[in-house]
Design a protein around this ligand. Structure first.
Ligand code: HEM
Length: 532
């Protein structure tokens, strides 16, 4: 068939074929499909003369090469990923109307990406750093992206701090060194923002360096909302529990690992047919319970520096996912993947957590910059819904799927179809109205409870010794003793023993506690002086 429309249709069909492309079946040609006898036949004037502008073949090669790199992710730049499937094992229709959780055995394809956070795209997999854990669920009702971390809490609860915090994890603007060689910025930030202490304890402890991505859990961190068919809703925390168990490595062992340790481990396990698997589990909390935990325990459901106690809010399994397919082309299938916490199908909604609310803006914004306005059309990102969908978005750079001859406006001549709303919007949009907003930048005694439990109840003596060693190592490369004195004061609020051991190890005497400290942009709710 020589018609234009059949050529275009073939192009859409050929993506799967392209993934399996083998050199022996391919004829060498320029980007416009013109066959060339050999790649090394640059045109020049005479034997030793200059090159010719008419040599499209060479210019085609060089100019494409010049544009090979897209911007790397501003955070989580170093990563690995794979494809697989999710299966619902324990449906929750009473809690959530999402189609994917409606029936036992319901499946959808997934793509997962794991990452370190602070390093550049070529950085070491065994960095002491949280790990990103993103999963794109291609449900019949559109894509759901769970963009999670391997720790249940985060460094901050005020989104305005995020770029500041991340910049302290990046290279110093002048020395161009990272915090591995100069930790001054790192401690400057942390000693001024003590709500980070729970995450700092986890990071510096035995769970700070996962031994590859297969052996770690994932946590939504934020509260999300599950909404049922009647419009009733609960808050939820989502846990991804590794069925391989968890494994971590020590600082010393990390030095002997390959820079691509986690990539290699994940890729090779899948090639061997050892498919890693995670259970998807939920904790739930009613809006009434959310008010109670705030009143009684000062845990705010919108504050991701705190966890929900599992004794009070037990985990419940709803499904599991398996990664059973490596990418054939890493760039197309993993690097260009765009995970966005705002991607939620009906039945799952964001909570009012201010950090989550900010992320809902930030991710699609960075995707338009990093990949381009039509990034949702790329095969790895494209939704595979149970229905044919369309809208009024058109054109822009790289518009590959531009919706044919359909009207580009809401037309009465050629009307589009709508799915009727199933729940009352007024009912679902309610929120617990606690004090999350006012205390965002305030430090309270409750901020130290979970870190204290880690030190006193969870860790044994060898774990405590390793923690002191890890923190000391990081403090030794800090140029400013004042930051160490302040950080020791923060550790003293967790437990006096941590402070005295760090004082001994570093030779620096820390402040007595934080009650007399002023923070840079953070309100010290533990001071007696109201003016501070
Ligand atoms: C990646 C922003 C907090 C997990 C990113 C990216 C940005 C970003 C711009 C790069 C995305 C891309 O290029 O595709 C922010 C902001 C935050 C925040 C502004 C807070 C205000 C968090 C939190 C978590 C998280 C709390 C986890 C609970 C991730 C993960 C990725 C990521 C897993 C990597 C996604 C991938 O694999 O492609 N973040 N982030 N972030 N973020 Fe955040």
């Amino acid at each position: 068939d020589t018609s234009f429309s059949s050529h275009v249709a073939d192009q859409f069909r050929s993506y799967e074929e392209d993934r399996q492309m083998a050199s022996k079946d391919v004829l060498y040609a320029t980007s416009n499909g013109v066959p060339m006898p050999h790649p090394y036949e640059t045109q020049r004037v005479g034997e030793n003369g200059p090159l010719l502008l008419q040599d499209f073949h060479l210019i085609d090669l060089l100019s494409h090469f010049d544009r090979e790199r897209i911007p790397e992710r501003v955070v989580h730049a170093k990563g690995s990923g794979a494809h697989g499937f999710f299966e619902c094992t324990d449906p929750i229709p009473e809690l959530c109307s999402a189609d994917i959780f409606s029936t036992k055995g319901k499946k959808c394809s997934v793509t997962a990406r794991f990452s370190t956070v602070g390093g550049e795209s070529g950085s070491h997999d065994c960095a002491r750093d949280p790990r990103g854990f993103s999963v794109k669920f291609r449900t019949d009702d559109g894509n759901w992206d769970l963009v999670a971390n391997n720790t249940p809490v985060f460094f901050l609860r005020d989104p305005a701090k995020f770029p500041h915090f991340i910049h302290t994890q990046k290279r110093d603007p002048s020395t161009h060194l990272t915090h591995a060689d100069d930790s001054t910025m790192f401690w400057d930030y942390l000693c001024n923002n003590p709500e980070s202490i729970h995450q700092v304890m986890i990071l510096m402890g035995d769970r700070g360096i996962p031994d590859g991505f297969r052996f770690m859990h994932g946590y939504s961190g934020h509260a999300l909302k599950l909404v049922n068919k009647q419009g009733d809703w609960v808050y939820t925390q989502i846990h991804l529990r590794s069925q391989q168990g968890t494994k971590f490595i020590t600082q010393e062992d990390s030095a002997s690992k390959s820079a691509d340790h986690s990539q290699k481990d994940l890729y090779e396990a899948i090639q061997r047919g050892e498919y890693p698997k995670w259970s998807v589990e939920i904790q739930t909390m009613t809006p009434k319970q959310a008010e109670q935990v705030w009143e009684k325990q000062k845990i705010n459901v919108f504050d991701l520096t705190h966890v929900w106690p599992q004794g009070q809010f037990p985990r419940k399994k709803i499904g599991e996912f398996t990664l059973n397919e490596n990418a054939i082309n890493y760039f197309a299938e993993i690097e260009q993947a765009a995970f966005n916490p705002a991607h939620m199908p009906p039945g799952i909604e964001p909570s009012a957590d201010p950090v989550l609310q900010s992320r809902l803006f930030s991710y699609p914004d960075t995707h338009r910059h990093r990949i381009g306005v039509n990034y949702q059309q790329l095969p790895v990102n494209a939704a595979r819904t149970g229905f044919k969908f369309g809208n009024f978005q058109r054109d822009g750079s790289m518009a590959f799927y531009n919706q044919g001859a359909r009207p580009n406006y809401l037309s009465s001549i050629d009307p589009i179809r709508f799915r009727p709303r199933s729940v009352d919007l007024d009912k679902t949009h309610g929120h617990f109205t606690g004090e999350a907003i006012t205390f965002l930048s305030e430090i309270r005694p409750e901020d130290f409870n979970a870190p204290r439990a880690l030190w006193r109840k969870v860790w044994d003596e060898p774990a405590r010794a390793r923690f002191i060693g890890n923190v000391t190592g990081k403090m030794e490369v800090c140029r400013e003793p004042e930051f160490i004195k302040r950080q020791i004061a923060i550790f003293r609020e967790v437990d006096e023993e941590i402070a005295t051991r760090l004082e001994k190890a570093t030779g620096i005497k820390g402040y007595d506690g934080i009650s007399k400290l002023r923070f840079n942009g953070t309100h010290n709710g533990m001071t007696n002086d109201a003016k501070l």
